[in-house]
Design a protein around this ligand. Structure first.
Ligand code: C5J
Length: 221
């Protein structure tokens, strides 16, 4: 049994049940020319999360604990892309359109890949998801069950969209969820701050929040 110093209170964990979930650290969200920028965002803000996410990855790998990666992307024929998602708003480029990193948010294209700094290692599960939450229309639940995981540490982008949606889905399914605050970023700093508040409010109604340093300290101890 270990304990992470967290908010709103300590997070006790069983190492055999603990895994790291890396949400959507993809070129399409984090580099110019992808989906995030097509929506008018300053993608450079997301890069703040890379050092802490790298440290967490290294710590979990060194401890022999599971790491699972997700990617938001669609099939090349876009059969899993609802019109409501494709047609919303007025982006410069829509999902499926050609861009400098290949077709926007399409599986197998360079833009849908995870950034080199956080590349999955062979054997680490990578879940492709058509929605914001990782449980919708994927094998994520089955993967967690096969790995025997009940307690999840979350890193990723963006904090208030895919990270928070997946944390809420996991919380409803009975997982203990902790957000690694410095390993997650948003295009909107105020949204990130509000998300952390929402997660830990009301006695941890969605889960816990802690720095990557506190998580790694607990893994080492
Ligand atoms: C968004 C995500 N922001 N991965 N996706 O559309 O958060």
């Amino acid at each position: 049994m270990g304990v992470i110093a967290a908010q709103p209170f300590d997070f006790p964990f069983e190492p055999g049940q603990l895994g790291l979930v890396m949400i959507d650290f993809q070129r399409d969200f984090m580099e110019p020319g992808g989906f995030g920028e097509s929506l008018g965002n300053d993608v450079s803000l997301l890069r703040n999360a890379i050092p802490a996410a790298q440290a967490l990855l290294a710590g979990f790998r060194a401890a022999g604990l599971p790491v699972i990666h997700t990617r938001e992307c669609h099939r090349p024929d876009l059969s899993d892309l609802p019109a409501a998602k494709r047609d919303r708003g007025n982006p410069r480029q829509r999902i499926g359109d050609p861009g400098p990193m290949g077709r926007i948010l399409v599986a197998g294209e360079p833009g849908a890949e995870i950034i080199p700094e956080l590349r999955p290692q062979p054997g680490e599960p990578v879940i492709d998801k058509p929605g914001k939450g990782a449980f919708y229309a994927t094998g994520f639940a089955q993967t967690l069950s096969q790995l025997g995981l009940r307690q999840l540490i979350f890193a990723g982008v963006t904090t208030e969209v895919c990270v928070q949606t997946t944390m809420r889905e996991a919380n409803d399914r009975g997982f203990d969820c902790l957000l690694a605050t410095d390993a997650s970023e948003s295009y909107f700093p105020a949204f990130k701050a509000a998300t952390v508040e929402m997660i830990i409010a009301q006695g941890g109604i969605v889960g816990w929040a802690a720095s990557s340093g506190a998580i790694l300290e607990a893994l080492d101890g």
